[in-house]
Design a protein around this ligand. Structure first.
Ligand code: SF4
Ligand code: SF4
Length: 349
């Protein structure tokens, strides 16, 4: 598999990486088999996070004895020294390694988070000390906010940025990618399938593989999924006329309903976590049900029932999404899915 340079890190990575969110739904052995198959297919870039429950442990099992063959990228959502110290120690233990190739600040969404990690007693102190000690080799960042991402790329503090990128919108291509090139910051693409909202892998990956310096890291749960994507990578990427038409149809259809998690709609007058609720079905597809129905997303969706329909958020959404209607649909959807899940538990006894 072709390798490309990971920006100023100088690491050479396959342009197709492995995204470690969905393996949380599998047993450790099943997940390790998926990761091993990805490595066999030639993938050398593996992404995970402290927050992805069992993901690091599964990857640790899969890479045992072949640590040098892979580049491990993980993340900490900690904002303080104490949190990151704890997360880093856990990541090393779960991954069964004594170094991490790329350690990323997980989801820096706004200026407050950025200032916190960079300030005294903030997360950056641990990142820098660990880098000096050789425990982490490179420092990156992840975000869903285009404005924050642009600011962080031009800051020249980070070596990589992990940002959502797919054919639904071209903002990342127009505004972020040129800055990454200018500052030699690697652009790693999350959500190539729009967080599970797109299922036409051929169109999604043909689109992405046309950017020769973008690394795509689809979340993989099944061996058949990665084999399909590798098949696309091994063919010419030029889309057929029919594929181009289908891409445009999907753009038109989803462009007006797809939540970018940019959070420009915040704050909600009633403390509803709007973007979390908007994309809840995507979490549902990727998380184990016992976690989904008891975790923060479930709490956020239930809270959405308190929406007063004041409309403030809709005036701020740059994509003119129908937030109020969507929130109400999500509440109904959640209750139905939860009832279905509880029924399966009763059946199992
Ligand atoms: S319309 Fe609902 S979600 Fe939007 S700001 Fe008002 S209460 Fe919050
Ligand atoms: S609802 Fe609109 S403003 Fe809010 S996160 Fe989604 S895309 Fe951004």
């Amino acid at each position: 598999m072709d390798k490309i340079r990971l920006g100023k890190t100088g690491l050479m990575v396959t342009r197709l990486g492995f995204g470690g969110i969905p393996i949380q739904r599998l047993s450790i052995d099943e997940a390790a088999a998926v990761v091993r198959r990805c490595i066999e297919l030639g993938i050398n870039y593996i992404d995970t996070a402290n927050a992805y429950t069992t993901s690091e442990e599964c990857i640790g099992k899969a890479i045992a004895g072949r640590r040098k063959d892979v580049i491990i990228a993980t993340k900490s959502g900690g904002r303080t020294r104490a949190d990151v110290e704890k997360h880093l120690a856990l990541s090393l233990k779960h991954l069964g390694t004594d170094y991490i190739d790329l350690y990323q600040f997980h989801n820096i969404a706004d200026k407050d988070s950025f200032n916190k990690v960079m300030g005294p007693g903030g997360a950056m102190e641990v990142f820098q000390e660990a880098k000096k000690a050789g425990v982490i080799k490179h420092i990156g960042v992840t975000s869903h906010s285009l404005d924050m991402a642009k600011e962080m790329v031009v800051s020249d503090i980070f070596e990589t940025i992990l940002f959502p990128f797919n054919f639904i919108t071209d903002e990342a291509e127009r505004e972020l990618l040129p800055l990454c090139r200018e500052h030699d910051v690697a652009f790693i693409c999350m959500k190539p399938l729009a967080g599970g909202m797109l299922d036409n892998a051929t169109i999604c990956f043909k689109y992405l593989f046309n950017f020769p310096d973008v690394i795509a890291i689809p979340g993989i749960e099944k061996i058949s999924e990665i084999e399909e994507i590798v098949g696309i990578l091994n063919r010419p990427y030029k889309m057929t006329k029919a594929e181009e038409q289908e891409m445009q149809r999907l753009r038109d259809e989803l462009g007006s309903s797809f939540c970018h998690r940019c959070d420009y709609c915040r704050p909600c007058t009633n403390d509803i976590q709007i973007s979390t609720v908007m994309i809840a079905p995507s979490f549902f597809k990727r998380q184990p049900p016992e976690r989904f129905f008891t975790g923060g997303t479930a709490e956020a969706v239930l809270k959405a029932a308190d929406c007063t329909e004041c409309g403030e958020c809709e005036t701020r959404c740059p994509y003119h999404l129908h937030i109020i209607d969507t929130l109400s649909e999500r509440v109904v959807w959640f209750r139905e899915e939860k009832a279905r899940y509880e029924a399966t538990l009763v059946k199992k006894g």
